[in-house]
Design a protein around this ligand. Sequence first.
Ligand SMILES: Nc1ncnc2c1ncn2[C@@H]1O[C@H](COP(=O)(O)OP(=O)(O)O)[C@@H](O)[C@H]1O
Ligand SMILES: C[C@@](O)(CCOP(=O)(O)O)CC(=O)O
Ligand SMILES: [Mg+2]
Length: 398
Amino acid sequence: MQIKECIVSAPGKAILHGEHAVVHGKVALAVSLNLRTYLRLQATSTSKVCINLPNINTFLSWDVTALKQLFPDSGAELGNVNELDAELVRMLRDFVGVSNGTLDTRSMAILAFLYIYLCVFAKSGELPSLTVSVWSELPTGAGLGSSAAYSVCLAAAMLSASGTIPSPLSDQENTARWGEVEMELINKWAFQGERIIHGNPSGVDNAVGTWGGILRYRSGKITALSRVPMLRILLTNTKVPRSTKVLVAGVKDKMNKFPSIINPVLESVDAVSCTCEQTLTEMASDTPTPEHYNVLEELIDINQHHLNVIGVGHPTLDTLCRVTLARGLHSKLTGAGGGGCGITLLRPETECLVVQNTIQDLRDCGYDCWETRIGAAGVQQHSPLAVKEEVLEVLARY
Ligand SMILES: Nc1ncnc2c1ncn2[C@@H]1O[C@H](COP(=O)(O)OP(=O)(O)O)[C@@H](O)[C@H]1O
Ligand SMILES: C[C@@](O)(CCOP(=O)(O)O)CC(=O)O
Ligand SMILES: [Mg+2]
């Protein structure tokens, strides 16, 4: 089978408000980051499927003939984009040799890859030999949506290589985006990848990875916020490893144990997201005032308390909040919490020296900290000419 080689990329994300609550049908506000995951898919004639994942030190290959045996006689039933095929996931677990309920990060990435590969190519009835290499600028497992950026890249690359969606590149464009119909399809397959990695994702992360920008997300309904002020944000990685899957499951357990206590907290998080959205809209349609920033800061503090109540805080995140508050800045965790990353809002009048000192304070705690740009483009295809040399070099190494 002739497949189309490609290089694709997708951005990571930061959740401003609504993490965890969004899994239970509440509103989340999320922004794309200027840190991306890149994937290169190459055709080979080795009769092998190879995957190189240097971020998680995983390099594997399988014979195409072995993978073909996973095709049930009812091969046509593989590949329903709207629901996860639990039987196929079970077969893949046996094939790769991982037990149900494993938290081994490498296994999740491999299962998501094989699942999307098999389902997308099942329709053509033929499994091609190929090599996929992925490299990310994002820290993995830190709350910045690396799993979603990875899943979005897998979906885009497989759909493109199989010819299910056309290449958006033209003679004039070395980097291009797909149209709305293709992005819907990429997003749906990416969501299945997220389901394998997360267990019960809301879909907000893959939506940001696909569309980019600043999004309001609720129960699968995605609204791009076009009128938002230019926010300045510090990102801090406490470097404490954690698993989104475990944290999401923990919140569910708490809800089951104390529904009358936890449900109102999630309702309140929803109200925080809605109030933040309203404030951002006001700020964009008028000149942002110090009072607007005061509201945004109070919302950050309230939400951080809520996230602690539902059990996804961490002492390192408490330290982040305390250290930044000592400089007059407000922070909250972002993503699943339990360690990982936090965001700190910078005000327009925050002096350069204050920002530099805050970054230094946080680095002294052993954290990584940097100012980020938000609202990057969603999933893209690139010609090799348009990819940064250092990224191309890593992708070409395998
Ligand atoms: N660049 C990558 N290469 C391989 N796997 C990745 C990559 N990025 C993310 N993953 C997968 O996603 C998992 C991390 O997802 P998760 O716990 O949701 O954290 P987050 O999405 O916040 O980074 C990793 O353990 C791995 O399975
Ligand atoms: C906690 C949650 O709201 C966000 C998880 O983000 P991340 O995997 O920690 O980047 C889960 C979800 O929305 O699927
Ligand atoms: Mg994730």
